[in-house]
Write a protein that binds this ligand. Structure first.
Ligand SMILES: C[S@@+](CC[C@H](N)C(=O)[O-])C[C@H]1O[C@@H](n2cnc3c(N)ncnc32)[C@H](O)[C@@H]1O
Length: 243
């Protein structure tokens, strides 16, 4: 069975790549308040290691976190023991009635178990159905622009006891971004090596907005969450279910 965000990659994401969630969450709380959502259940799809769940919980919301990675959920459950977390695919998990649904960090782009047009269409339908009238669905995805056509980009990032090497390439025909990720994590004098290949769907701004509007949402596509500007080649969607 394929493991997504294995133990070492989950650890490295949590300690080395937490800024995206930590900087997005305050803007998301602001958007919730602008929509008069000051309490109630927030479902966090692709909750990762629970960084956004912790901030939402602290802000007074009830949170349900869902992620396909067992290792991510283990970290999340330790971080916020009072929040409910489930290991499941966001494409098939049951989504309970709720005030808002969020998905931070391009989770809806990942094509781990699936990311077909039909799976996405069904997800948007289930989300619309689960949200209370006046509820919002806030998420971000990747769009083209991570590499030039035909280019392969390699880079690395290191922390105190880890190194991560990433090789990425866009396929404009398939509208996919592929990231090959090698991790090296130090245990005393030895380094453990793991490798995963992540394929991500590249969205088109207007097609995404149309797909959400077709379900009944009022849609705002943005490049930021409040004061946090998303990194290049990402967009955020704020989809509002009218009362
Ligand atoms: C870049 S991480 C972001 C995690 C977290 N939201 C954050 O901002 O720190 C993407 C997350 O999406 C999760 N993910 C990807 N595809 C998924 C799916 N089909 N169902 C549930 N989780 C998924 C991954 O396991 C990973 O935790």
């Amino acid at each position: 069975m394929t493991v997504w965000y294995n133990e070492d990659l989950a650890y490295i994401h949590d300690v080395g790549f937490r800024d995206y969630a930590l900087k997005s969450a305050p803007g998301i709380v602001e958007i919730l308040k602008q929509h008069q959502i000051r309490a109630g259940l927030i479902v966090d799809l692709g909750c990762g290691s629970g960084l956004s769940a912790a901030i939402l919980h602290q802000a007074g919301y009830q949170v349900l976190g869902i992620d396909i990675s067992e290792a991510m959920i283990a970290i999340a459950q330790t971080r916020v023991p009072t929040v409910e977390f489930r290991v499941a695919s966001l494409f098939t998990a049951e989504i309970p009635p709720c005030a808002a649904i969020i998905s931070i960090g391009e989770c809806l782009s990942y094509a781990f178990d699936t990311n077909s047009d039909a799976a996405l269409d069904s997800l948007f339908q289930r989300i619309y159905h689960a949200l209370s009238p006046g509820g919002v669905f806030i998420f971000d995805v990747v769009v083209p622009g991570h590499t030039a056509p035909g280019e392969i980009v390699r880079n690395f990032t290191e922390g105190q006891d880890w190194i991560v090497l990433v090789e990425k390439q866009e396929d404009s025909t398939q509208q996919m971004l592929t990231r090959r990720i090698i991790t090296l994590r130090q245990f005393e004098d030895l380094y453990r090596r793991t490798e995963e290949v992540h394929c991500l769907r590249l969205f088109n701004r207007s097609t995404l907005a149309d797909a959400l509007r077709q379900k009944g949402f009022q849609v705002n596509i943005s490049d930021c969450y409040g004061e946090f500007s998303l990194p290049p080649a990402r967009i955020a969607a704020i989809a509002y279910k009218p009362i």
